[in-house]
Design a protein around this ligand. Structure first.
Ligand code: SAM
Ligand code: SF4
Ligand code: SF4
Length: 342
């Protein structure tokens, strides 16, 4: 029954699923994985492709029509194109995208496109090699740029996501927009969020949407707001030459009221919000032999009871610091952003 509209307790439909295929990563971005050591999900807990495919059927049956593959770094998952092929042609799926750090993209983009990935977003926070190493701990900027070039060639266009941190990369907004233009990428600036994993977060390090717009308007001589056409989280703006960029103001102006997304971790825990501290263990249900109807019931009940609006609640707090202390992240790695998939 594709397209059925399941609403949560605030009237928000279940539409978007972010599917994390691994919690491992080949970078250590300071806003996501700043620590020296991590507790990884046990390998035997990772969902097999058949299990993921079955859960995707359940979600599509309940209204999900947009799927985004993420991680950790999704390209570290072996045989990813095989999984993509298994889900790409499912009736009812309108969009199949992937978010990646781009390091391994040049070698895999053609196979992923052939398998059915329709859009790619590459995360890139700086164009300066020494800054890239300081931010992400590995000297990989060149490979990321090659990955972006390959995606641009394969798909004709792409998105670039940049987490902006005051005093770290906030002097590169213009350079990144200009670079995006050269590779046919729409750049989206993301406000630094105090999610699990962001243990170095502080309010002073957030550059707000308002400040970004003011700086860019001053440089380019004005920016024009582009009217929203979907529930996508980015506010979009156009420069005089037609270049479009976006800003995702998750920290200072959250958009929970329209939030239709949920997250499935690589080991089958389903989270209704980036800030949710508890999830639903769909792996356990699957491996206990739950039927498709039983899985649909579990998902339906959880979504219908959903009242999550984590970022709005965080904003109302006033005195804010990192959302999850390190010891809690160690006790439950599901709280980590790299496990949830962003
Ligand atoms: N490894 C892939 C990548 O970096 O694109 C996919 C997973 S990553 C967790 C997904 C997205 O989450 C990235 O675009 C990343 O920039 C974003 N992210 C991680 N931590 C964040 C934070 N503290 N604030 C805002 N965005 C964050
Ligand atoms: Fe960076 Fe993505 Fe890896 Fe997090 S998961 S450390 S954002 S590359
Ligand atoms: Fe959705 Fe939670 Fe993010 Fe709000 S904080 S937009 S409810 S995931």
């Amino acid at each position: 029954m594709p397209g059925m509209s399941l609403l949560d307790a605030c009237g928000r439909p279940l539409r978007n699923l972010r599917l994390s295929v691994t919690d491992r990563c080949n970078l250590r971005c300071e806003y996501c994985m700043p620590e020296e050591n991590y507790v990884w999900l046990p390998r035997e807990d990772l969902l097999h492709f058949e299990e993921i495919s079955l859960l995707v059927d359940v979600f599509i049956g309940l209204g999900v029509d947009k799927l985004r593959i993420t991680g950790g770094e999704p390209l570290l998952r072996r045989d990813l194109p095989t999984l993509v092929k298994m889900v790409a042609d499912k009736p009812g799926l309108a969009d199949l995208a992937m978010t990646t750090n781009g390091i391994l993209l040049a070698d895999s983009v053609d196979a992923l496109k052939a398998a059915g990935i329709r859009r790619v977003t590459v995360s890139l926070d700086t164009l300066r090699p020494e800054r890239f190493v300081a931010l992400a701990r590995f000297n990989e900027l060149e490979r990321v740029r090659k990955g972006i070039a390959a995606a641009s060639r394969a798909f004709g266009e792409l998105k670039i996501d940049t987490v902006v941190i005051r005093g770290v990369n906030d002097d590169e907004l213009v350079d990144l927009i200009d670079y995006g233009r050269s590779v046919n990428a729409e750049v989206r600036f993301i406000e630094y969020m105090d999610v699990g994993g962001a243990t170095h977060w502080s309010p002073e390090r957030v550059l707000s949407r308002q400040e970004m717009v003011a700086r860019l308007a001053a440089h380019y001589g004005g920016v024009e707001a582009v009217p929203a056409t979907s529930s996508a989280p980015a506010d979009r703006y156009r420069l005089a030459d037609g270049t479009v960029f976006g800003i995702i103001s998750s920290t200072t102006e959250p958009f929970c009221r329209d939030c239709d997304r949920s997250r499935l971790t690589a080991d089958g825990m389903w989270y209704l919000c980036l800030y949710a501290v508890r999830g639903t263990d769909l792996r356990a249900a699957l491996r206990d032999g739950a039927s498709r109807t039983e899985l649909e019931r579990i998902v339906t009940d959880a979504w219908q009871a959903r009242t999550d609006r984590g970022a709005e609640i965080r904003l109302a707090l006033g005195d804010r610091r990192a959302f999850v202390p390190l010891r809690s992240l160690r006790q439950d790695p599901h709280l980590e952003m790299h496990t949830r998939g962003g």
